[in-house]
Ligand binder design. Structure first.
Ligand SMILES: NC(=O)c1ccc[n+]([C@@H]2O[C@H](COP(=O)([O-])OP(=O)(O)OC[C@H]3O[C@@H](n4cnc5c(N)ncnc54)[C@H](O)[C@@H]3O)[C@@H](O)[C@H]2O)c1
Ligand SMILES: [Zn+2]
Length: 430
């Protein structure tokens, strides 16, 4: 753990340096570019090659797609308690995301013409479901549910297999429950390349969704433009803002939870109003570390990816949070400070309030998607929602009377821009 004081002279530079470490290195960018170029050139053959290289899975092209019967079977064999948990989470996620379904509209403009927007589902979407370290069953629900609400006619999911070609049965069952039956046991950069460029066996998608490790995230950044991408949700991050009302044991548990993902590039931030609070929470982390299963990988994040900041003033805390733009932000403070911070912090991916709202609730079941921007990209992008699975078309209809009213404006613009034919095409109707 690194500790900084927000009042020190070098604070801004040190914070910037820590945050920069979350950006993909030039080495990652270069190796991703090489894999993408190879998938584009050699298609299925390259996909097989990288599945063997990175996931030790020997897969021929005709084995990429998981048989739909296997997916249905996984759902049938799902233990009742797991089914109940998946269905309960699914219900909350459905209810939350139905609220942000965009609606078509029409209105009249100043010329009396009809103007409006219509929204349509993106025709073919690709969902990346991480599976390198752990099978992210929840990510199925946090992406597919919105694609279904939007009405996307084709939904293809991609996730890495284990060396024997197996995909987690719980993950397959969740896909079945969410209504997805086109699933490929392919992960990593090669999956992103196949989604973007298409191969003989994998049809290209129009937009790629979902989180992943630093390689997957960088691959999505590189294929943007060839296809759409939702955002850049990379290795998880959590910032906790704590004053003396925060329970040290709760905060420690939450920081450990987001350090646990296991890619080793996760980042955790503790912003506390006193050094005493930092000491209490780091003491708790040390004792709780002994209790959790994934302690070795978590330890790596605690050493290199954990920043504690002492910052007494709310204004200063808000500035820090707005700079870091953390994926997850927990605010555990007195009500007055909470109110102030909630208003002043405008760049967090998701905010969790109070002692009883661990980020894990958002990870699994509260309702909003856990697919959230990381590495400071929350400054300009937001978490996944239904509208991301739709595209928008503007619609305009003028009648003879309304086009007359527009003629003056268009002829002026045509003259200014020296585009005579533009002006004439309106005039001929007016
Ligand atoms: N921001 C979010 O919304 C969000 C949500 C859930 C999970 N996550 C993050 O997703 C990540 C999942 O990571 P993961 O590793 O478990 O699964 P993953 O599926 O994202 O990545 C595994 C794949 O990475 C590829 N890979 C590994 N090493 C490579 C290398 N050296 N070169 C090229 N490719 C390589 C392999 O092909 C492998 O299949 C975690 O960091 C987690 O924090 C983020
Ligand atoms: Zn998490």
């Amino acid at each position: 753990m690194k500790t900084l004081s927000a009042t020190s002279k070098t604070f801004a530079d040190e914070l910037a340096a820590f945050c920069r470490a979350a950006e993909p290195s030039p080495e990652i960018a270069a190796s991703v570019a090489a894999i993408l170029a190879d998938v584009r050139a050699r298609g299925d053959e390259a996909v097989s090659y990288y599945a063997a290289k990175f996931d030790s899975a020997k897969l021929r092209a005709k084995e990429f797609r998981v048989k739909p019967t296997l997916i249905a079977d996984a759902a049938k064999k799902l233990p009742a308690a797991e089914r109940k948990a998946i269905e309960a989470a699914h219900a909350n996620i459905l209810a939350y995301n139905r609220k942000n379904l965009p609606a078509n509209w029409t209105a009249k403009n100043k010329h009396g013409a009809e103007v409006g927007e219509k929204f349509d589902p993106i025709r073919r979407v690709g969902l990346y479901i991480p599976g390198g370290q752990v099978p992210l069953v929840s990510t199925v629900l946090m992406t597919a549910t919105m694609a279904k609400i939007a009405g996307c006619p084709q939904i293809a999911a991609f996730t890495p297999s284990d060396p024997s070609g197996k995909v987690s049965p719980s993950l397959l069952a969740a896909l079945h429950i969410a209504g997805v039956d086109e699933v490929y046991r392919i992960g990593g950069v090669q999956a992103v390349g196949a989604m973007a460029y298409g191969t003989t066996t994998i049809p290209a998608v129009d937009k790629i969704f979902g989180p992943g490790n630093a390689y997957v995230c960088e691959a999505k950044r590189q294929v943007f433009g060839t296809v759409g991408v939702d955002s850049l949700p990379g290795p998880s991050e959590l910032m906790v803002i704590a004053d003396d009302t925060a329970r040290a044991d709760f905060v420690a548990a939450d920081l450990l939870a987001q350090a646990e993902h296991g890619s080793g590039r996760e980042k955790i931030y503790l912003v506390a109003t006193s050094q005493k609070i930092i000491d209490a929470i780091s003491g708790e982390i040390q004792s709780q570390l002994k209790l959790i299963a994934r302690s070795e990988k978590t330890q790596a994040v605690l050493t290199g990816g954990f920043l504690a900041i002492e910052a007494p003033a709310p204004d200063q805390i808000a500035d820090i949070a707005n700079y870091v733009a953390p994926e997850h932000l927990e605010i555990i403070t007195k009500p007055a400070a909470e109110k102030k911070l909630l208003r002043a912090i405008t760049t967090a991916g998701a905010i969790f309030l109070g002692n009883h709202t661990p980020t894990a609730l958002g990870d699994f079941t509260a309702g909003p998607s856990h697919v959230l921007p990381t590495a400071r990209t929350a400054r300009f992008s937001s978490g996944l929602r239904t509208a991301d699975f739709m595209r928008r078309t503007s619609i305009v209809r003028y009648a003879a009377a309304s086009v007359k009213k527009a003629n003056d404006v268009t002829s002026r613009f045509a003259a200014m821009e020296k585009l005579d034919a533009h002006g004439r095409s309106v005039k001929i109707r007016a």
